[in-house]
Design a binder for this molecule. Structure first.
Ligand SMILES: [Zn+2]
Ligand SMILES: [Zn+2]
Length: 289
């Protein structure tokens, strides 16, 4: 494949993925290749003619791209008439299926094409759009996506009870919640604040306050005061709120660990567990007073 074709191919692939979603893109892949090759041919022809002005070459390429996108959109919509996409794993399925053959998740009632039909004005929008191109109404596809995200968030918070019972629950907002095992004795919880880094920072600060109110303490100046710990039944549970935004400023990721934080020169070791079972009478007997 020539450099030109490869570049075009990557550009179209990215564009298509944004426009129609990954699942549909897989299905239209063979057609996409055919059309990309046509577009590349068109460009080579335009660029090869040295007599032509640059503007005309560019116009030829833009036209070929616009044409390609229109063709791919209508082809994708046609495919979408008989296709459903699994909200669980993203795999495409034939429209008559009720459950995903890949992961068993219940498939939506509507086909991919139906979920892009505007409920207000009836326009068939391009697949992958969230709002109607004609009147701005929210499309069924977007509603479905939001419902699925809400359900997933509820499921993740239920998972909290199993994996993080020692810590107070996260209740500071965010969406697309996620809990992942991290290393041998750690779990990472993340919440997305889609494009709002300030809200993410506020939420983590609020969660720190909740932890402090629930008996968690700061671990001194090193590793950092951002690290909070609590000893329960001889085990130290610690929360790392220092590195929350390393991956993404809008996505708060907090580490929860079942081990003591690594201490430094002024590290404050957690207090030993007090023995609450000591009876004054026992002491009296022992020392005979
Ligand atoms: Zn699935
Ligand atoms: Zn509409």
């Amino acid at each position: 494949m020539s450099f030109l074709k490869r570049t075009l191919r990557n550009a179209v692939s990215r564009g298509l993925s944004d426009a129609i979603g990954k699942a549909v893109q897989q299905a239209v892949e063979p057609k996409a290749t055919e059309y990309v090759n046509k577009a590349a041919g068109h460009f080579e022809q335009a660029a090869g003619n040295a007599q032509q002005q640059t503007r005309r070459s560019t116009a030829g390429l833009e036209g070929a791209f616009a044409n390609l996108e229109r063709t791919m959109q209508s082809y994708a919509t046609q495919l979408g008439q008989n296709m459903k996409v699994c909200p669980g794993c993203g795999q495409p399925s034939p429209a008559d299926k009720k459950f995903c053959p890949g992961c068993g998740t219940k498939l939506p009632e509507q086909t991919l094409a139906q979920s892009a039909v505007c409920p207000s004005c009836g326009k068939q929008n391009s697949l992958g759009m969230k709002f109607c191109d004609n009147c701005g109404s929210k499309l069924p596809a977007a509603v479905q996506e939001e419902e699925m995200a809400a359900q997933k968030n509820v499921a993740v918070m239920a998972q909290w009870d199993t994996l993080l019972p020692q810590y107070p629950r996260w209740c500071c907002g965010g969406s697309q919640l996620c809990i992942e095992e991290y290393g041998e004795d750690g779990v990472v919880f993340s919440a997305s604040f889609s494009g709002n880094a300030q809200a993410a920072r506020r939420a983590v600060e609020q969660y720190r306050q909740i932890l402090l109110q629930n008996g968690f303490r700061q671990a001194g100046q090193y590793p950092s005061i951002e690290q909070l710990f609590k000893r329960i039944d001889g085990v130290v549970y610690n929360v790392d709120t220092e590195h929350c935004f390393e991956g993404d400023p809008d996505c708060a990721c907090i580490g929860f660990y079942r081990r003591e934080p690594h201490g430094g020169y002024d590290y404050v070791k957690p207090e030993p567990r007090r023995n609450a079972d000591v009876d004054l009478n026992d002491i009296r007997k022992l020392f005979k007073f």
